[in-house]
Design a protein. Structure first.
Length: 84
């Protein structure tokens, strides 16, 4: 997956929740706008402590080379995410 592909999905207006499918078979959910940030060779994904909170509980740093597919999760922002 290229940096440009991922950035385009993160910048989509209006934002649609995303699920990153990784080479390991795990998935990582990006539920909210401004909760994923591009790094040089990775994406930083912040997970909120609870719905409606701005407090960050945990985070994932996923190497771009490990992202095999990006799925838009339309109308479903309560899916379960597995840690990378």
């Amino acid at each position: 997956m290229t940096r440009d592909n991922i950035q385009a999905e993160l910048d989509r207006e209006p934002f649609e929740p995303l699920r990153f499918h990784l080479a390991s078979g795990k998935t990582v959910l990006v539920k909210h706008p401004n909760s994923a940030y591009m790094m040089d060779h990775a994406v930083l994904i912040l997970h909120r402590m609870k719905p409606g909170s701005s407090a960050i509980g945990i985070y994932d740093v996923v190497n771009l080379r490990l992202i095999e597919k990006i799925e838009q999760v339309r109308g479903r922002s309560n899916g379960k995410a597995k840690s990378a």
